[in-house]
Design a protein around this ligand. Structure first.
Ligand code: NAD
Length: 730
């Protein structure tokens, strides 16, 4: 409404334009140009317009050139010794199409690569965070310039559609810029990296997840061993080459293509100081079992960031708009042939609308076209391997055997040249029929009664997974009720549940779905240095009554130092933080920090116990305290507001599962306790350990961030009748 501010100015420099705008109402909202969506901090990645004929013509030429190129992924080690066995990489959509070849590092050479990383660790650690971040920014620009050839590789090596390949390259670029920005803002000159970090990624996001892990570990100052998935090494090799070109030395980033056994051999190397893993829950457990056998040089459990699978549900009530539900379900379940960790596995329809919605859904489902993803008209591509196909087909047969109604699309003739699974809808009667993640184009549909909504949510939570969750409803009360009850890392309201955007919907699960911190979120880099920086936004936003009562009690009992520590924790804790993150208009993206859950405490001394309780209360959690140190008398007269949050345990397996653990003790004890915790059934437990002297001397001995749970919620505001604040735009 101010004639002095033109639209062009708004687009060219949003920050200045906002400053120039007269304040009229309580709130302004700008429609920013896509590139400027994230403000000054970083540029948004650019995509391609697949409906623009000029773009398409250029793309076609460049994709054709990538077919002719001689792609060869091979180890890139600091000593230049890059031998191994070579094998071809085939297009999963058509095995006659040889994409290129890979030379894999021999398993016995894995430990040598880690040794090399350790030998050169100090050189990379000495590079300032700003310089490391600049390398990432340069890599992002190179990747942006090479988007089309990179797409060509992804489409053939991973069987992705053009649209998904664009999304993948964009996500990798966003990760590079996001972590560069985070490092510049949060890593002070005193930060200390961990040491060699092994990054192990899956094939389903062979560029984005691979690059994201590597970028975060690198910018934090760690030398990285980057192991791609066995079937998608070529795109990962190209990512590493770009990072080298952007200034990261080979000694700081070594490329180690090979099997899972090579990954295991590197994890076992004594110099490995951290592991970043994305993949199946089963392999994450194996890695944890391996890591718990030793501690870091400073006597701490070795950090493992594990992002794993999900059993993702969506609840649709009778107020939802069926047309929109159908589009969002089709995208959530069948895009990428269901090979996204976030993909929808169980659609729960309120019984009154189930039949009608299912009829519409099946109508849309029958329109899906299946085939080689280098055709723009194709919606569903192949699954990655013959083993994956056999496993998914086996599941469908098992469900058929249980008497479930199965609807399947026919596969086209050309599908015989690759590994395709027919898109499938299975109507189930009990959620308990689903025992594990089925990683393919298979959607389960379950009908529920409105009166049973809470039981349904509890059952979804009861699976132990907690990655993504969707809700379709027009009722604000239902949104509030369901999103507060569901336990999942990423919640989506009135939209699809896939395609989390870096820094907009920080991504990651809880329980069996992962350890956190979230990828593309503000806490991630903190897990890759020895002491997490306290992000600048973290000043206390919470006043937990139990913590206040606790401090009063400590004062009254004369526990002066412990009361001091509890006050410090109260000031540091970011519990309750809620932020709206920048994103496109029409969507509201919230990031919040919640209590992590039930924490296992293993104290050894009175002071240790009292500090551990303070940390638990400051983060809103409950705790089970190990009885071994016989410290029960110390807290026998706690007020009930605190005591009700605590219990004692002599049998950890029975009293779990736990979502975190605080251990007090010297090296030997920490080793024993860490091993015992790793052997517990259920989710991977993030263990923090500190010696008694350290606890007394250092108020940050336990990092409160790791006792919190990050929750991302993305709401399609247009679906709920529009974003009223848009009307304030002049
Ligand atoms: P996978 O667990 O089979 O393999 C992942 C990686 O681990 C590969 O690089 C593999 O070579 C390596 N590996 C295998 N055994 C190993 C061992 N013993 N030690 C060390 N490394 C080993 O998973 P996948 O089939 O490649 O990927 C699909 C899975 O990934 C699904 O479960 C999916 O849900 C999950 N995923 C999760 C996320 C997330 O962010 N939560 C994202 C993408 C995929």
């Amino acid at each position: 409404s101010d004639p002095a501010v033109s639209i062009n100015e708004l687009i060219a420099d949003p920050a200045e334009a906002v400053a120039a705008m007269p304040v009229v109402g309580a709130q302004h909202e700008l429609i920013l140009s896509p590139k400027a969506l994230y403000g000054e901090a970083r540029d948004n990645s650019a995509g391609l317009d697949l409906s623009n004929e000029t773009d398409l013509a250029e793309l076609a030429g460049q994709l054709a050139a990538t077919v002719e190129a001689d792609w060869h992924a091979h180890p890139l080690l600091a000593d230049g010794n890059n031998d191994g066995e070579t094998r071809p990489i085939l297009n999963p959509a058509d095995h006659r199409d040889v994409v290129g070849k890979v030379t894999e590092l021999r398993v016995e050479d894995g430990p040598r690569a880690v040794e090399l990383a350790a030998k050169h660790a100090a050189e990379w650690a000495a590079v300032s965070p700003a310089e490391r971040a600049a390398c990432l920014d340069r890599a992002a620009d190179i990747m942006q310039a090479r988007m089309r050839p990179l797409m060509g590789v992804i489409m053939r090596e991973a069987g992705k559609s053009a649209a998904n390949a664009i999304g993948e390259v964009r996500e990798a670029i966003d990760f590079l810029r996001y972590y560069a920005d985070q490092a510049r803002r949060t890593l002070g000159p005193a930060h200390a990296p961990l040491g060699p970090v092994v990054c192990i990624s899956p094939w389903n996001f062979p560029l984005a997840i691979f690059t994201g892990q590597v970028a975060a570990a690198l910018v934090a100052g760690n030398p990285v061993l980057a192991k791609p998935a066995g079937v998608t090494p070529i795109i990962a090799f190209e990512s590493v080459r770009i990072l080298h070109e952007a200034g990261v030395p080979v000694s700081a980033l070594q490329f180690v293509p090979g099997s899972g056994r090579l990954g295991a051999a590197m994890i076992a190397a004594p110099q490995t100081a951290g592991v970043m893993f994305t993949g199946s829950t089963e392999v994450a457990r194996m890695i944890q079992a391996q890591l718990c056998e030793r501690l870091s040089a400073s006597g701490k459990p070795i950090p493992l960031i594990a992002e794993t699978g999900g059993q993702n549900g969506m609840i649709v009530d009778s107020s939802a708009l069926a047309e929109q539900v159908v589009a969002d379900v089709i995208a959530s379940a069948f895009d990428s042939a269901g090979q996204r960790c976030s993909a929808l596995r169980v659609l729960c329809l309120q019984e009154e609308i189930a039949e009608r919605t299912l009829t519409m859904l099946k109508g849309a489902f029958r329109e899906l076209s299946i085939g080689r993803t280098d055709r723009l008209s194709i919606d569903v591509g192949p699954v990655i391997t013959a083993d994956a196909k056999a496993e998914i087909d086996g599941h469908v047969e098992r469900m058929r055997g249980l008497g479930c109604k199965v609807t399947q699309l026919p596969l086209p003739d050309a599908a015989t040249e690759g590994t395709f699974v027919a898109p499938t809808i299975i109507e189930i009667n009990k959620l308990s029929d689903l025992t594990r993640e089925v990683f393919g184009p298979v959607l389960h549909v379950y009908r529920y009664r409105r009166a049973d909504l809470d039981r349904l949510i509890d059952e979804i939570n009861g699976s132990g997974y907690g990655l993504t969750f969707g809700l379709h409803t027009r009722l604000d009360e239902t949104v509030a009720h369901v999103t507060s009850r569901v336990k999942a890392g990423n919640l989506y309201v009135n939209r699809n549940i896939i395609g989390a955007v870096v820094g907009v919907q920080p991504f990651g699960g809880r329980g069996l779905s992962g350890t956190g911190p979230k990828a593309g979120g503000p806490l991630y880099i903190g897990r890759l240095v020895q002491k997490a920086p306290v992000p600048p936004q973290q000043n206390s936003v919470h006043t937990d009554a139990a913590l206040r009562d606790y401090i009063v009690w400590l004062d009254r009992k004369g526990f002066v130092a412990e009361a001091e520590a509890a006050r410090a924790y109260a000031g540091q804790s970011a519990l309750g933080l809620e932020r709206e993150l920048p994103g496109p208009v029409g969507e509201r993206n919230l990031y919040a920090l919640h209590p992590r859950g039930h924490i296992l405490l293993a104290p050894q001394t009175q002071g240790g116990l009292l500090r551990q309780i303070a940390a638990v209360l400051a983060t809103g959690n409950t705790a089970a305290i190990d009885t071994a140190a016989q410290l029960q008398p110390v807290i026998a007269d706690l007020p009930v507001s605190i005591a009700s949050r605590l219990s004692w345990t002599a049998d950890w397996a029975k009293d779990g599962p736990f979502s975190g653990a605080l251990v007090e003790g010297e090296r030997d004890r920490v080793e024993t306790v860490n091993r015992a915790i790793a052997a517990l059934p259920g989710p991977l437990v993030l263990v923090q350990a500190a010696a008694t002297a350290e606890l007394t001397a250092d108020p940050d001995a336990y990092c409160l961030n790791w006792l919190l749970e990050e929750v991302s919620t993305s709401i399609n505001t247009a679906a709920a009748g529009g974003n009223a604040s848009l009307m304030t735009i002049g």
